[in-house]
Unconditional design. Structure first.
Lengths: 518, 324
């Protein structure tokens, strides 16, 4: 025993200096993320983790700040045509890319036109979502400093969508093959990709402002408990996706704490109102808006947050993220008696067996925070008020996602949909038409879609506000969601650094600094 | 012997085609992966465009035959996630897994054989009981749990071993950077200790038990008794006469051990953030990255086939009774 003890102490003395080397130096910040980047071709980037790294490498015309305001980044001045179909931007003079190539209006126009090239088969966010939503018709350089973006339709979403296109230098990228563009990004932003050890880490080096750290290291640590251990040990400064059961360990470590933020992902139980769902058990009953409204009272959302997600939360009152929602709407409280009363009034009393009607609730497993437990809890709450709920948990990638996209869900299905803080119409655009891809519920209330056209035609969000509030009230009373919560996000943050998480799942390190610099 | 090798290699081609067919069918049965590669808000036209870009719009037999045609030229297609050749991604991850597996295998031999011999020589004693108890634990404890416990104890409490990460040795060797490889070597081993033990603990336990039972059987043989009667030292009896004969079943197992260990590294690679093929396959399956899954399965199948062949050849070499 003594020999083992001596050996352990000797090993500790030999190895301790090696372990100590892992602590980051003062000019470096280290993040522990769950998955590696896939590609740094600006037009192939699709995942959130990948985009979080890319936003430090590539500049954009605008940026959405911590408060959800859209601020100029490369732009000095913006002019909008009277019909709202053309935006002319004056970009800042003297910009360059990492390789020294001047960054001009031609490069900006190229950055918008490149994803439209069908022959390149881009599958990133730019070609697949941003530009179609923006309605980009064309982009043209007027001279070195002026670029004109032409749209197919007027939209108040324009500047926000423009903030998602990575600007990159034309000459540099035209010289590269697709494979080279994926692994050797030419930075237009503050940092350059200095090293990429696939599956292990990415190292970014600062080349210009903004940014307080000289080096950013993104370490790929897929397992949540390993990320937690690395944070507590002081080897990383920030970790993402902290599991609720590890919050206590981090908070009591003395070296780090958990920063909780109410995210912009809107968690809901969708009511499948399609014709196909009407023939399923419960499908006919949920067509009645009174039944849908009654069901809202049956679920204890704050209880779910506290017991299962490990945090307090306020129930959502609409599909729009605060502070852009309708201030007159208050979250529906948990009141099972009221749920039962409203269900009785709607014409669905309990039968002899205590059951009003049967229904199926589907949910994914491992897609959202504690999803399987939350879905089972909701199923139990509904069963408690006489809606006998059959819960079915499915694997996300191969089963749930295809069913969702093909709109073949059960009458009830659990879902989280990403949102933003900068424009309520973005959040509401899930229901832009009855057959919109994101209208998984097949909601077709004509009042909503008539108002949607009015809201889109407004010149500003403020001008559209009365219509927006009317729409949100309709959604609150008769909408196709059983309202739940905005998914909380948990980040582990070392006491060594001063950093605040954002609500929109973006990781912004430009303002991060050492805590000792306060 | 050459006839044997050629026959085995020809059989291998059939095995590989069979493996690709099974993998392809299994992946296709789980639905259309296009949805994983488009935005939540992508329109039906954009989804169709992506489906065509990824080649999932063609009939399944056509997709498979096209895959086989490319496979004949060593082309597995581009990874859907990484947007680069799938085989390149797999071969890039393979050295890290080989490092981990080799280290675990070395542990499984170097630690297991002395333990097994020691237990057999002290049959029924406290030493034997202790070794067999540890052996039983090793075969019962899941590697991911062991990994997490080691992280908590050696990484977090004692802080003497790194919690996660990897320092490459084989990759710089393959790139011809020998100086870098040997500079890295101490840190490579340092980072290998915990994951290597987590992967290898099961094998250490199993091999120790196997060596013990094999040794016990051999120690009862007449020739061992004769050797002792001739006054040969106990050390020489054990090493030269008993262990050499007890070695045969162990060699078979060790030969296949490498393949077994490669199959078992997935979870450990996740826990220790080890950038190997196990983690790559795990992510590829989640992402339905069919080219990467296919390339990984074929590469692993080739590794298994080659190892089996080597085991057969070695077996014939050390046991004169075996004829190829």
């Amino acid at each position: 025993m003594e020999a083992i003890k001596r050996l352990t102490i000797a090993s500790a003395l030999v190895l301790a200096p090696l372990a100590a080397q892992a602590a980051p130096p003062d000019d470096t910040i280290v993040l522990g993320i769950s998955s590696d980047a896939s590609s740094f071709d600006p037009d192939q980037i699709a995942s959130r983790d990948n985009a979080n790294i890319a936003k430090h490498i590539f500049a954009t015309l605008f940026t959405v700040n911590f408060e959800g305001e859209i601020k100029p980044y490369l732009v000095d001045k913006t002019e909008v045509s009277e019909d709202g179909l053309a935006y002319t931007f004056t970009i800042k003079p003297g910009l360059t890319c990492e390789d020294g190539e001047p960054l001009t209006a031609e490069d900006v126009a190229y950055s918008f036109n490149r994803p439209l090239d069908k022959s390149k088969n881009f599958t990133g966010n730019s070609a697949g979502f941003v530009l179609p939503t923006l309605g980009l018709k064309s982009a043209e350089a007027l001279d070195d400093l002026h670029v004109k973006i032409n749209l197919t339709a007027k939209t108040t979403l324009a500047l926000g969508m423009l903030s998602q296109i990575y600007v990159h230098c034309k000459d540099s990228y035209e010289k590269m093959t697709a494979d080279e563009a994926a692994i050797h990004p030419i930075a237009s932003g503050s940092y350059r990709l200095a090293k990429w050890d696939r599956g292990s880490q990415l190292v970014l080096e600062k080349i210009k402002d903004p940014g307080n750290f000289k080096t950013i290291i993104w370490r790929v640590i897929p397992e949540a408990s390993t990320r937690t251990a690395e944070l507590i040990a002081g080897n990383v400064d920030i970790i993402t996706n902290v599991a609720p059961d590890q919050i206590g360990a981090i908070d009591s470590s003395g070296t780090a704490s958990v920063a909780k933020v109410s995210g912009t992902r809107r968690m809901q139980v969708g009511f499948n109102l399609s014709d196909a769902a009407k023939d399923m058990p419960g499908g006919k009953e949920i067509q009645d808006p009174k039944v849908r409204f009654a069901m809202q009272y049956a679920v204890d959302v704050p209880g779910i947050c506290k017991q299962l997600l490990g945090t307090e939360c306020t129930r959502a009152s609409s599909l729009v993220n605060p502070p852009n929602d309708n201030p007159d709407l208050t979250p529906i409280p948990y009141d099972p008696d009221m749920a039962e009363k409203l269900l009785d009034e709607a014409g669905y009393p309990r039968g002899a067996d205590g059951v009003r009607f049967h229904i199926k609730l589907q949910g994914p497993r491992g897609r959202y925070l504690e999803d399987a437990n939350v879905v089972q809890a909701i199923g139990q709450y509904l069963s408690d008020v006489g809606i006998q709920t059959d819960v079915e948990l499915l694997e996300w990638a191969s089963v749930y996602s295809p069913l969702l996209r093909e709109k073949k869900m059960a009458p009830l299905f659990f879902l989280g949909q990403g949102g933003v803080t900068w424009n309520p119409l973005y959040d509401m655009s899930l229901f832009s038409t009855p057959d919109a891809t994101t209208n998984y519920q097949s909601w077709n209330d004509p009042r909503w879609f008539a108002d949607w056209k009015l809201a889109l035609n407004a010149n500003t969000v403020e001008e559209a506000r009365p219509v927006i509030n009317r729409m949100l009230k309709l959604f609150y009373e008769e909408g196709p969601w059983l309202q739940l919560y905005f998914q909380p996000d948990f980040y582990g943050v070392s006491k060594r650094v001063d950093w605040q998480p954002r609500r929109d799942e973006e990781i912004d390190l430009f303002e991060a600094k050492l805590a000792s610099q306060q | 012997m050459w006839t044997f090798i050629i026959r085995r290699l020809m059989q291998s081609v059939i095995v590989i085609v069979g493996v690709t067919l099974i993998t392809f069918t299994a992946l296709q049965m789980s639905g259309d992966p296009t949805y994983l590669y488009v935005s939540e808000r992508a329109t039906a036209q954009e989804i169709q465009r992506t489906r065509e870009a990824l080649g999932f719009d063609k009939p399944l037999p056509e997709q498979y035959l096209s895959f086989l045609g490319k496979l004949a030229h060593g082309d597995f297609g581009n990874s859907l996630s990484y947007k680069r050749p799938a085989l390149e991604a797999v071969l890039e991850a393979l050295p890290a897994t080989i490092e981990l597996t080799l280290f675990a295998m070395i542990l499984a031999v170097v630690v297991a054989i002395p333990l097994g011999v020691l237990a057999s020589l002290n049959r029924g004693s406290a030493v034997d009981g202790s070794i067999m108890t540890v052996g039983m634990l090793g075969q019962s404890i899941p590697s991911f749990w062991l990994g997490i416990m080691m992280i908590m104890f050696f990484g977090l409490q004692l802080r003497i071993l790194p919690i996660s990460g990897h320092v490459p040795f084989i990759m710089p060797l393959l790139q011809g950077d020998f100086a870098q490889a040997f500079t890295n070597l101490p840190m490579t081993i340092y980072y290998l200790i915990m994951p290597g033990f987590a992967v290898g603990f099961y094998s250490i336990s199993r091999n120790a038990r196997l060596v013990r039972s094999s040794m016990l059987e051999v120690l009862e043989q007449d020739y061992v008794r004769t050797a002792r009667a001739k006054g040969i030292s106990e050390w020489a009896v054990v090493i030269r006469h008993a262990l050499r004969n007890a070695w045969l079943p162990v060699v078979t197992l060790i030969g296949l051990e490498f393949g077994f260990l490669i199959g078992g590294v997935v979870v450990v690679e996740m826990v220790f953030s080890w950038p190997g093929i196990g983690r790559l396959v795990f992510n590829a399956i989640n992402q339905r990255d069919i080219p990467v899954v296919q390339a990984s399965v074929v590469v692993l199948a080739v590794v298994f086939i080659v190892l089996n062949l080597i085991v057969d050849l070695v077996y014939a070499r050390i046991d004169p009774r075996v004829k190829l």
